[in-house]
Write a new protein. Structure first.
Length: 232
């Protein structure tokens, strides 16, 4: 197993993040700094990151119903509540797959499986995410085509894949991108303010009736649905 994959499987983060740890000289094998991404440590090797011994942990992926007001990070310099405050202390090796901004609630996945995180966040996989959007006033359906065609944000075209109305002010929106605050910014660009935003689905995984602030472990069957994701 390559070093970056080992670190990801041990819960240190995505492979890209683990590559950064290796490149920064923060990883040692048997006491020697290793900056070789392709190194393949043996079972008896002692691997440390910043002086701490790293061991493979059983794979764990959970879904959390993130409430509004919590940030999707482990530590916040402004001392706000984080999603990890909602989890048991022994889940310290988990990291979140993607983010929800502080005021957005809904389905958030956390894992120690770096391969799973990569498959769900890499742009080429085009994983669908569905949201319920509540606007500050009734939606003008003539603007739908503009959001489907796309609006430039951060130098790239941000598109909504699908959109349909649930009520005059509530919409269901499907994304296949992950641009920062994409839904809020796209609706702002056409003159609307998003009052409430909740993520209901990632791929085939539904938030369902999981209460706010609660979590549960994904079943083997649910994890298998992600294994079937392939580049589009």
């Amino acid at each position: 197993m390559r070093l970056n994959r080992f670190l990801a499987a041990a819960g240190l983060g995505s492979r890209r993040h683990c590559d950064q740890l290796i490149a920064a000289g923060q990883v040692t094998i048997n006491g020697r700094t290793c900056t070789d991404f392709s190194a393949q440590p043996a079972l008896r090797d002692h691997i440390k990151v910043n002086g701490k011994l790293v061991r493979l942990a059983p794979r764990l992926t959970i879904m959390l119903h993130k409430p509004a007001g919590f940030v999707s990070t482990r530590r916040d310099p402004r001392a706000r509540d984080t999603v990890f405050d909602l989890l048991p202390a022994n889940f310290s090796r988990l990291f979140n797959i993607g983010r929800l901004d502080a005021q957005t609630e809904g389905l958030l996945l956390l894992t120690n499986d770096g391969d799973l995180a990569r498959s769900l966040t890499h742009p080429r996989y085009k994983i669908e995410k569905e949201y319920e959007v509540t606007l500050d006033r009734p939606w003008d359906s003539t603007l739908t085509s503009k959001l489907l065609r796309g609006i430039f944000l951060d130098g790239q075209r941000a598109r909504i894949a699908r959109l349909h109305s649930v009520s005059p002010v509530r919409l269901r929106v499907v994304l296949r991108q992950g641009i920062n605050r994409q839904i809020r910014r796209m609706f702002e660009a056409v003159g609307y303010r998003v009052k409430d935003l909740i993520r209901l689905r990632i791929a085939n995984l539904q938030l369902g009736d999981l209460p706010r602030g609660h979590w549960r472990e994904l079943t083997k069957r649910e994890l298998k649905c992600f294994e079937g994701q392939s580049p589009q």
